[in-house]
Ligand binder design. Structure first.
Ligand code: ZN
Ligand code: ZN
Length: 244
């Protein structure tokens, strides 16, 4: 499985682009969130983006949802509608944007257990807007993508035993109270989640208050030595080998 991080900023795109990621495996590909224009830099990525998981409908995750649908409508050879899995209605969002008549998309009812060759599960996290953490497997590697969240025991259980957990890394430890109120992670809660879930690889993304290396440095001393810590950044590609 290969993960290409197109946007790794949260809240606002200072120093980069907001959330958008491609997942590729032998069985197919998925896109998670549509917060980055970088997806539009490669026509092959637009053409391949027919299965999209939305974590939630905050602007830093959904800003370019309509752009993807419209780009594909205008692309020769692209026939399939974009299929979405999302915790809220894509139709309501497009209606609110006065784009309710735009064709070229559909939304799955709920969260299918099998989707484009991947197995899929979702759980709701603690965040002011309904957010799904997704657990995805291609049959070789299992990955949890948290979206926006703060720590909860339910989330730690959901992540337990996954090979890779990609978790948001929004805030500083000194702003823990704010982080809890706004449903975000700090280095301390990130480390707690990972130490309880025990993935092989823990990945940071969705930076708001700290740069990737600074968030990772703050996590490192709190994290079990057996867990590999990987700070993602815009353009970063992570190839995950099958568990040995
Ligand atoms: Zn966000
Ligand atoms: Zn959010």
């Amino acid at each position: 499985m290969k993960i290409t991080f197109l946007g790794t900023r949260g809240g606002f795109p200072m120093g980069g682009q907001t959330s958008c990621t491609r997942i590729e495996a032998a069985c197919g590909s998925l896109v998670i969130d549509l917060g980055s224009t970088r997806l539009f830099e490669n026509p092959a990525w637009i053409a391949a983006a027919d299965h999209v998981l939305m974590t939630h409908f905050h602007p830093d995750h959904i800003a370019h949802l309509a752009s993807l649908i419209i780009a594909r409508l205008n692309m020769p050879g692209v026939e399939d509608p974009v299929s979405f899995v999302a915790p809220e209605s894509v139709g309501d969002y497009l209606n609110d944007a006065k784009l309710g008549q735009v064709p070229g998309w559909r939304q799955e009812a709920g969260v299918p257990r099998e989707w484009n060759g991947f197995s899929l599960h979702a759980v709701q996290t603690r965040h002011p807007r309904i957010n799904y953490a997704y657990r995805i497997s291609d049959g070789h590697v299992s990955l949890v993508w948290t979206g926006d969240c703060t720590y909860s025991m339910e989330l730690a259980e959901f992540c337990s035993g996954a090979d890779v957990v990609v978790c948001e890394a929004s805030m500083k430890d000194c702003n823990q109270k704010n982080a809890d109120e706004w449903g975000h992670m700090t280095p301390s809660t990130f480390a707690r989640l990972m130490n309880e879930a025990q993935p092989r690889i823990a990945v940071t993304t969705h930076y708001t208050e700290l740069e990737p290396a600074d968030f990772a440095n703050a996590v490192r001393s709190l994290l079990d030595a057996t867990i590999q810590l990987v700070p993602a950044y815009d353009g970063f590609e992570l190839e995950i080998p099958k568990a040995g």
